[in-house]
Design a protein around this ligand. Structure first.
Ligand SMILES: NC(=O)c1ccc[n+]([C@@H]2O[C@H](COP(=O)([O-])OP(=O)(O)OC[C@H]3O[C@@H](n4cnc5c(N)ncnc54)[C@H](OP(=O)(O)O)[C@@H]3O)[C@@H](O)[C@H]2O)c1
Ligand SMILES: [Zn+2]
Length: 379
């Protein structure tokens, strides 16, 4: 096996290790293996989450021989900043590592510069090996680094005529038990689950992850000025809850960003979701549509800043699937159609027509360019 084959095999191993790290974590998932001149893996490590050693440090500690002369194969560029654990670039230099092979270069301005520091110290650095896989490990983290805020995934359940509650306010359960199982899986991918006070008061929800193993429950976030009653389920000890007495979605996300949250599951209701759409702060949509009609009752979305058809929030559909009897649609804002400023701006001239109705995922959800066009102030 020549060097390149051995690095590739080692990077595949490092990617496998990285996946063991917690996904809803402030930090990216990273794996590292240390390889000798014969391509033999002699050390390995991965990052177990914020506050624990970085993957490179764990790999160095796992060695039962000196590190001098080894190649470090790491999914993300070694950091160059002194956080809670000290810079990994420095640790690799001091250990006498001869070469570092990197999957993804670090987009985080605070931590970047590790590769340059390694090169300055005379270490050979190879960048971009299996980069796509390395990037895919940390889509939400990458989004948050680029936009300075968490990714917002809006989930709603509605009837086929778009109602999220009946005329008398009853809204449990619109969709099937199978769809609700899926919701718990999706919540488990998020560091925060968010609702407005309207939903909190009307439904007294628990908003916890149930039936899925999670290292810790997501933070429950309630947005609005009203108080939660004593005895509300959201006040229980089973998961942390924060009440944000706020109406500004950008301020809400700034607070969640400060808490290291990279992906938020916005579970309604229609008023809060409308406020996030108005602010251009929804990044993905997960719609569960039940084969039922209500005719009256609250719509899925209220006050989204649309007064005429030309202002509609247009979406690109990534996936359509059946969950039990319900339809699940995954979509994201179509940045070709999403006006730059709301309300009132017409669709941009020369926009592409909307694509068809694909039944399989058509491309990854992360589209940094789209976000950059819509929200230059957040870049
Ligand atoms: N089918 C579904 O997917 C689904 C999901 C969730 C809820 N629901 C249903 O929706 C109903 C509740 O609807 P809702 O619209 O009252 O719920 P909501 O969107 O959860 O809460 C609305 C409240 O949030 C606060 N708020 C926070 N930011 C705001 C902003 N920027 N603008 C305006 N208000 C803001 C306001 O309360 P303050 O006065 O306290 O500030 C507002 O009254 C319930 O019947 C629930 O069952 C259905
Ligand atoms: Zn590090």
């Amino acid at each position: 096996m020549d060097h390149e084959d051995s690095w590739r095999t080692s990077m595949e191993r490092a990617l496998e290790l990285a996946v063991r790290g917690p996904a809803p974590d402030p930090n990216p998932r990273v794996g590292c293996v240390l390889v000798d001149d014969h391509g033999l893996i002699v050390g390995q490590g991965w990052h177990h989450g914020a506050g624990t050693p970085h993957a490179e440090i764990e790999a160095l500690r796992s060695l039962s021989r000196p590190a001098a002369g080894l190649t470090a194969v790491v999914t993300l560029e070694p950091c160059n900043h002194t956080g809670r654990t000290g810079p990994c670039a420095r640790a690799l230099i001091e250990a006498g590592i001869a070469r570092v092979v990197i999957g993804q270069t670090d987009p985080n301005p605070v931590a970047a510069g590790g590769a340059a520091a390694l090169e300055e110290a005379g270490i050979q650095v190879i960048r971009g090996l299996l980069e796509d896989q390395a990037v895919a490990l940390n889509e939400d983290w990458l989004f948050a680094v680029r936009h300075g805020r968490p990714k917002v995934v809006w989930k709603y359940a509605a009837t086929l005529d778009g109602r999220s509650a009946a005329a008398d306010g009853t809204s449990r359960w619109i969709t099937s038990p199978q769809a609700r199982v899926q919701v718990h899986r999706e919540r488990a991918r998020c560091a925060a689950v968010m609702v407005g006070t309207g939903t909190a008061l009307a439904d007294d929800p628990r908003l916890t992850v149930r039936g899925v193993d999670v290292p810790r429950q997501p933070l429950r976030v309630v947005v609005g000025l009203r108080e939660l009653p004593v005895g509300a389920q959201l006040r229980s000890e089973e998961a942390p809850t924060v009440l944000l007495r706020e109406h500004d979605p950008a301020a809400v996300l700034a607070e969640l960003d400060r808490r290291g949250i990279r992906r938020v599951w916005l579970e309604g209701g229609p008023t809060l979701a409308g406020a996030f759409w108005r602010a251009g702060l929804v990044d993905e949509v997960v719609a569960h549509l039940a084969p039922a009609l209500l005719g009256d009752g609250a719509p899925a979305l209220i006050g989204a800043g649309v007064s005429t058809l030309g202002e509609a929030h247009r979406l690109v559909i990534d996936e359509v699937s059946m969950i039990g009897p319900d339809i699940c649609v995954r979509a994201r804002p179509d940045c070709e159609h999403e006006p730059r400023s709301r309300p009132g701006s017409p669709p941009r001239p020369g926009s592409r027509p909307r694509p068809g109705f694909p039944h399989r995922p058509v491309r990854p959800h992360l589209d940094p360019q789209c976000g950059a066009q819509r929200r230059p102030d957040h870049e």
